[in-house]
Design a protein around this ligand. Sequence first.
Ligand code: SF4
Length: 295
Amino acid sequence: MDSGLRQRLAAYLEFQRELGVERLRITPAALAPFAPPPVRDAPAPAFAAAAPPRPQTPGPSAMPPFHPAPASDPVSPSPRAPAPSPSGSFASAAAAPVAPPADPVAELVRIRADLGDCTRCKLHRLGRRQIVFGAGNPGAELVFVGEGPGADEDVQGLPFVGRAGQLLTDMIQKGMGLDRAAVYICNVVKCRPPQNRTPESDECAACSPFLRRQLLAIRPKLIIALGACAAQNLLAYKGSLASVRGRLHPLALDGWNTQLLITYHPAYLLRDPSQKREAWKDLQIAMRFLGLPRA
Ligand code: SF4
């Protein structure tokens, strides 16, 4: 067994152990993720570097086209999925389709410039050190959206870099087999709420237009909302988070259509590790939709 295969297998087994899985059936399908990896583009640097967009990772050769699954499959957009509600924070989205940006990097730079040293909501005077805009691949097929920066993110100016961020990295890399830098990660609000409280509705309303512009610049194939705050700002719904997990939701923003998957926030998973199995089920839906090899 070569060292790269051994490392990937060890990482996968460690991830399964963290999920609480004690026994694994070793089948050809279970070993599929450990086949020699396809040639991938080098991970894109953080957005702060304003590097040119890289091709989607994995590239077309690594990601077979998605074949629609039966309607009962969670990978198919669910007929039970609620339509985006006009009461959500994205309610101000223009009805007319907005053309995709010619240059996602330049568009992200423009959005960040428009944000400026933002004072649009009260979070600017409640102890933030800096704005945490977002980081990752401007050409990503997959974007994760959390609720807001925490203490570590506030210090470093990057999203998901604390303990919850490490778990998210494990979910992406050990679970999904992607480089973290191949995806894009951002939050609904760009400034740290005091004591890491949940962002309030007026704060989300002030900041979410910038999230919408980020998503319209990147145009990912799939958005994963981490936790209830992100989910409710992307897809207003009634009921519990559990009621909207586990399936894809069609999402339309300014005439552009994509898919939304909702799962638990990594910080919640740290508090209740028993829910990691459920989060793993969600990631497997994402992997199937994106055509990634599954365990
Ligand atoms: S959270 Fe968003 S809207 Fe509020 S001050 Fe920060 S950047 Fe501006």
